[in-house]
Design a protein around this ligand. Structure first.
Ligand SMILES: *Cc1c(COP(=O)(O)O)cnc(C)c1O
Length: 467
């Protein structure tokens, strides 16, 4: 090889790989189009039959209901208004973690896609603007939603403020109390924020009567938000994770990543993401998993979940309710049972009983792996990462950091020069209460007992073919 050719080959990879505006993806990618085993259909809990577009449209905006049911169209044009909004905070940087590599003394190359570069502090804005846009286009007055850690509610309130839509947020009680500043960001963007369970809804009142000391849960807040949507004229419900439409919008993460890596001829061996409902992971892996499904390339994909809420690693693959109040359609997914009330883990965004039905099917078909980690090991990784890479990560994102670091350490031991890509979904500035607990040595690990899991699994709904 001639000298200059060699230099071309070794094109130095910058610390941050940015894309030009014109290189940004103009279409989302719908992974289901390339899945041979499609995710099982959503079922109407009343009839046990697949939900129809008409039934879905009572709860969701029509265009979003269409996306939810579409498992054929691979590429969906991103409307121009959404592209213009994306340009305010995208493309998100793809970072080569040189400092982390050096700190770990690993031969592995580590990349992370950083989605915390916007005021909401996470990837959730990618879908929030899309959902608010379709609601506005349909002429609605407003939307209702739940929020766990607060990132989704913040993202949605930003999107609604931009488009002039009313935004009502049911916030999981423990987060409402632990994260007063998140609540204020939402109110600054004009949202109406209610701690859940509340007495504003019938389902909220019922849950409070049954569990007076509850910290709340995502499933329960979802039930309240759905009830609020269907009982108010001109409102629809929007959800920040789990649903397939959300994975479609989040595919922008993976598409940008792939374009950036391709510029430098880089190909990840391992792709890692934290998994709450599965939207950031589903988005990050989308184009890579597409190649894997079509037999064009192979990647190892790892979902990381908290030991206190291990839907993939210890859940059951079955039809379940997406919410505690059992109002939403039934989805077939890896679940801990919709009656499951997770321990107050500090990664609020990962405290959900179920998992995206797309990722559940891929996991069941062995296209991806999953691991669970305890919160103290997660915060150890978060602190090391913050100290060498500068960014203070969200507790959720730090689950992915933990496993990326573990894989890089394994490479140090085996001498393998793997390329590791992980999703850094957000920043942790509103999680300082959790960091405080960790710094004071007061953080506890909670691992579920088999009995606790069996108890909520025993309450799975009865569906034809599922005993
Ligand atoms: C919501 C959230 C998650 C988890 O949700 P997914 O739908 O699984 O992506 C992860 N990280 C951050 C920062 C979040 O806000």
């Amino acid at each position: 090889m001639r000298k200059e050719e060699k230099m071309m080959d070794n094109k130095e990879i910058p610390y941050k790989i940015y894309l030009e505006e014109h290189e940004m993806p103009k279409q989302w990618y719908n992974l289901r189009a390339d899945m041979k085993n499609k995710p099982a259909p959503l079922l109407n809990p009343g009839t046990g039959k697949p939900v129809t577009l008409e039934e879905m449209s009572g709860i969701f905006c029509e265009e979003l209901a269409k996306q939810e049911l579409d498992d054929q169209t691979p590429y969906i044009d991103i409307p121009d208004e959404i592209l213009q909004f994306y340009k305010m905070y995208r493309p998100a940087p793809l970072v080569r973690a040189y400092h982390l590599e050096k700190y770990l003394n690993t031969p592995a190359k580590i990349y992370y896609k950083f989605e915390g570069n916007n005021t909401s502090g996470s990837h959730k804005l990618n879908s929030a603007i899309a959902q608010a846009y379709y609601a506005k286009k349909q002429g609605l007055k407003g939307v209702t939603t739940e929020t766990g850690a607060g990132q989704w509610g913040t993202a949605l309130s930003m999107a609604c403020a931009f488009l002039g839509l009313d935004c009502q947020v049911y916030m999981v009680k423990v987060s409402y109390e632990q994260k007063p500043f998140r609540r204020e960001v939402m109110r600054t963007y004009g949202a109406d924020v209610t701690p859940s369970p509340s007495d504003k809804t019938e389902v909220g009142r019922k849950i409070r009567a049954q569990f007076p000391d509850t910290n709340g849960s995502l499933g329960c807040a979802i039930s309240e938000a759905v009830e609020a949507a269907v009982t108010q004229e001109g409102y629809r419900y929007v959800l920040g994770s789990v649903l397939t439409q959300v994975l479609i919008h989040q595919s922008v993460i993976g598409l940008e990543t792939k374009i950036a890596l391709d510029k430098y001829g880089e190909k990840p061996d391992i792709i890692i993401g934290c998994a709450g409902g599965g939207s950031n992971l589903g988005g990050l892996i989308a184009p890579f998993m597409g190649e894997k499904l079509r037999g064009e390339a192979d990647y190892r994909v790892i979902a990381v979940e908290p030991a206190s809420c291990p839907s993939f690693t210890r859940g059951t693959y079955a039809y379940d309710f997406c919410d505690t109040g059992a109002i939403c359609p039934l989805a077939k997914m890896y679940t801990l049972g919709s009656s499951f009330m997770p321990a107050p883990n500090h990664a609020g965004g990962l405290r959900y009983h179920g998992m995206s039905s797309v990722l559940s099917q891929l996991y069941d078909d062995n296209y991806m792996e999953a691991v669970s980690v305890t919160q103290t090991e997660v915060f150890e990784a978060a602190e090391q990462f913050a100290r060498v890479e500068g960014i203070l990560p969200a507790p959720e994102s730090s689950h992915a950091i933990r496993v990326a670091m573990d894989e890089a350490i394994r490479c140090r031991e085996t001498g393998e020069e793997k390329t590791i890509l992980f999703g850094l979904t957000g920043t942790g500035y509103f999680d300082m209460y959790a960091y405080e607990k960790f710094n004071d040595g007061e953080m506890e690990n909670y691992t579920l007992t088999d009995e606790e899991i069996a108890e909520s699994i025993a309450k799975l709904p009865k569906v034809p073919g599922q005993e």
